[in-house]
Design a protein around this ligand. Structure first.
Ligand code: KG4
Ligand code: ZN
Length: 333
């Protein structure tokens, strides 16, 4: 089996070809990040226009790199949501056009779910598992019993983890996207310099408070006439990163404990963060939890995760792919 995957939910135009054994034959990504950087965040209108400009080239490259032609494909998987509506429409319309022209079935794939299954792109899925998605738009925990059968056991009440990284980086003048900038600055900082807290009961997440905490600390420092030096920015970055990572790790461990599950799968852009990866490894090891974190190449938005989940859906359900759960049904949620 060979599947073409398309992903256009935000600012990256992605296409990938996978074979039936989970081998990623190609994964091409064209980012419009540079166009958004000067605005400090993604501008939806620019993102959709960039998708329109890039999609033909990106799909063509993915097919060439994988050395496949349309007749080799069994199906096309495409991100159906959640995401920016204009961006999603480019990918979905393009996929449907290809489906009509090439006479291939189209499989709508939920973006958050694809992040959650990304650790298993190149290996068998071990059910049941606890799924943790930490991205720019979502911070959620799931109890996953079988393919497409999951229960949300924790979610962000306000800002998602990646969003908090991006906003704090903006406050610190580090630029966009914030995650990699904060991680880099934190490497030279002292995580004990400042005390930032993120408290949210149970398995839910709340990171809007910690972002405001950083803002007030910066204002306070400025009021006392202090210059926010590079080393101060590094200390704030390290303290902020430590607080947010500690919260994510603690909740993931608690979720495994509460559900009596010994397998944890982690995906999403924030899972690219080296400090989070190390802390998850340490915590999992000490509790005998089998940790599967998406490979760095498949943490941030990519189409291999879409093609992979589409392939699993075809394998598992054939033509009777069930309607996705209500949590994932809407294009816009
Ligand atoms: O999964 P993703 O590419 O898009 C969404 O589905 O949201 O995640 C993007 C998010 C951004 O907020 C970005 O700042 C964050 O992932 N991110 C990181 C790192 N690299 C990207 N956060 C922390 N540390 C990183 N190294
Ligand atoms: Zn994503």
């Amino acid at each position: 089996m060979k599947i073409l995957g398309l992903e256009t939910s935000c600012d990256e135009t992605c296409a990938s070809v996978l074979d039936g054994s989970g081998n990623v034959l190609s994964s091409v990504i064209a980012s419009s990040l540079k166009e958004h950087a000067r605005f400090g965040g993604v501008i939806p209108e620019i993102a959709s226009r960039k998708h329109l400009e890039s999609i033909v080239v990106v799909v063509d490259q993915a097919m060439r790199k994988a050395r496949v032609s349309s007749s080799d494909l069994d199906a096309i998987g495409v991100t159906q949501g959640p995401g920016l509506i204009g961006s999603l429409l480019v990918g979905i319309s393009f996929a449907r056009g290809l489906g009509l022209a090439w006479n291939k079935p189209i499989i709508g794939v939920n973006h958050v779910r694809a992040h959650m299954y990304a650790p298993f792109i190149d290996r068998d899925i071990v059910f049941p598992f606890v799924g943790l998605v930490v991205s720019g738009g979502h911070t959620s925990l799931y109890e996953v019993r079988s393919l497409l059968d999951e229960v949300v056991i924790g979610s962000a009440r306000d800002d998602a983890a990646g969003e908090a990284f991006d906003k704090v980086a903006k406050i610190l003048g580090l630029g966009y996207p914030g995650g990699p900038m904060i991680e880099k600055a934190a490497l030279k900082g002292n995580k004990k310099s400042f005390s930032f807290r993120c408290g949210c009961p149970g398995l839910d997440f709340s990171y809007s408070g910690i972002k405001t905490g950083v803002l007030y600390k910066v204002r306070e420092l400025k009021k006392t006439g202090k210059r926010i030096t590079r080393s101060c920015v590094e200390d704030i970055s390290a303290s902020f990163q430590d607080a947010i990572v500690s919260d994510i790790v603690a909740k993931a461990m608690r979720a495994c404990e509460l559900t009596k599950t010994k397998v944890l799968a982690v995906g999403g852009g924030v899972a690219f963060n080296g400090y989070l990866r190390t802390r998850l490894e340490q915590a999992s090891q000490s509790r005998g939890i089998h940790l599967h974190i998406a490979a760095p190449a498949f943490c941030l938005d990519n189409a291999a995760m879409i093609a992979s989940l589409a392939a699993r859906m075809v394998n598992r359900f054939g033509k009777k792919i069930p309607k996705e759960s209500v949590f994932f049904d809407s294009l816009m949620n």
